[in-house]
Design a protein around this ligand. Structure first.
Ligand code: NAP
Length: 330
């Protein structure tokens, strides 16, 4: 293994507010504390949440100069004495960097707390794996740990061809649920391959009627992963005791038909991955490793950018002009 250098290239910001503040700079390679591992980054990713952190839309401690980025796949090059069974040379991943005071992943090296470090399945491709770390963990948390999907449930996944939506279709179908997805017409075959029984075009005018036809007894879980909410329509579609998951739409306001909601014993669960404990993230990581190892892919399209292209990738993500997972090779 080559020696660890003293400095590295990293995508950093020195203030929050704009994606154009991201610059690639030389910064010191951090030294691991007793319960950290130092990882040489093999692959990373740009997610919507990284844009929220950089623009300040999602407030979180960001010590400057702040390395951006949440997810990485890499190889351990040094480990603190309290890093448990993790060893130098092992391939690992995390989706816990770049928020809550932790420096980020878009760099040549990154420090990862040992309890937020997961082993990469043998033979997994680092770039392909990086594409499902955040979205897969979100889908696992929403369906398995919040809504508790089960055999025979009917589940609506809105935005079924997106990152979270694709992983959610796969996980719900693994759980034995009947999945109805919404997506563009051209993505219907993709959603069906993931396990959706029915795919409806989210742009069609009579979508609500079509959803009721597809689920005459209602849906047990309603999750529009894209963050477009008509809570009255969602309430009408939910079966008694159903669960509405909210995970997107930071600035969205919506009106809830209160009587119809509580008289049918419905539940709303909202969560942000940034608020999960290390134990909750580790639980989701087990499902992510299944998504990584499954033979059929769970990511519709990827694009690879170099570290120097990260500011541009963030700006495209902010502008909403990306339909692929944006992977980064440092
Ligand atoms: N709470 C959390 O912890 C958490 C975690 C992860 C993500 N998120 C949030 O979840 C959202 C989705 O993330 P992602 O990574 O899955 O994004 P993504 O890959 O960009 O997917 C979004 C999907 O939504 C679809 N869509 C757009 N407008 C729609 C509409 N009106 N109805 C139904 N679907 C529509 C898009 O379709 P087209 O491809 O046809 O454009 C796309 O497939 C983002 O807002 C992100 O910030 C939250």
């Amino acid at each position: 293994m080559s020696p660890i250098p003293e400095v590295m290239r990293a995508a950093v910001v020195r203030e929050l507010g704009s994606t154009s503040a991201i610059h690639v700079e030389q910064v010191p390679v951090p030294a691991p504390g007793p319960t950290d591992v130092l990882v040489r980054v093999l692959a990373s990713e740009v997610n919507h949440v990284d844009v929220f952190v950089v623009t300040g839309a999602y407030p979180t401690p960001t010590p400057f100069p702040f390395v951006v980025g949440r997810d990485l796949v890499g190889e351990i090059v040094a480990a603190g004495e309290g890093a448990g069974s993790l060893r130098v040379g092992e391939r690992v991943w995390t989706n816990s960097l770049g928020y809550a005071g932790r420096q980020g992943a878009l760099a040549e090296y990154a420090l990862v707390p040992a309890d937020r470090t997961y082993r990469l399945p043998a033979a997994a491709d680092p770039l392909a794996a990086a594409a499902v770390l955040h979205t897969g963990a979100t889908a696992a948390t929403g369906l398995q740990h919040r809504a508790r999907v089960g055999i025979g449930d009917t589940v609506l996944i809105g935005g079924g061809a997106g990152g979270v939506g694709s992983a959610a279709i796969r996980i719900a179908s693994w759980a034995g649920a009947r999945v109805i997805a919404t997506a563009r017409v051209e993505d219907a075959a993709w959603c069906t391959a993931l396990g959706a029984q029915e795919v409806l075009d989210y742009r069609q005018a009579d979508l609500d009627d079509r959803l009721h036809e597809a689920a005459p007894e209602g849906v047990d879980i309603f999750w529009d992963t894209s963050g477009h909410y008509d809570l009255a329509a969602a309430t009408e579609l939910l079966a008694p005791r159903g669960t509405l998951l909210l995970t997107a739409g930071l600035a969205t306001r919506a009106q809830l038909p209160v009587g119809a909601f509580y008289t049918r014993d419905l539940t709303i669960r909202g969560f942000a991955m940034s608020g999960l404990s290390a134990d909750e993230l580790a639980a989701a990581a087990r499902t992510v490793n299944h998504l990584i190892t499954t033979d059929s892919p769970v990511v519709r399209a990827t694009e690879v950018v170099e570290l120097d292209g990260v500011a541009g990738a963030f700006e495209r993500m902010r502008a909403g002009s990306v339909r692929a997972r944006l992977l980064v090779r440092p």
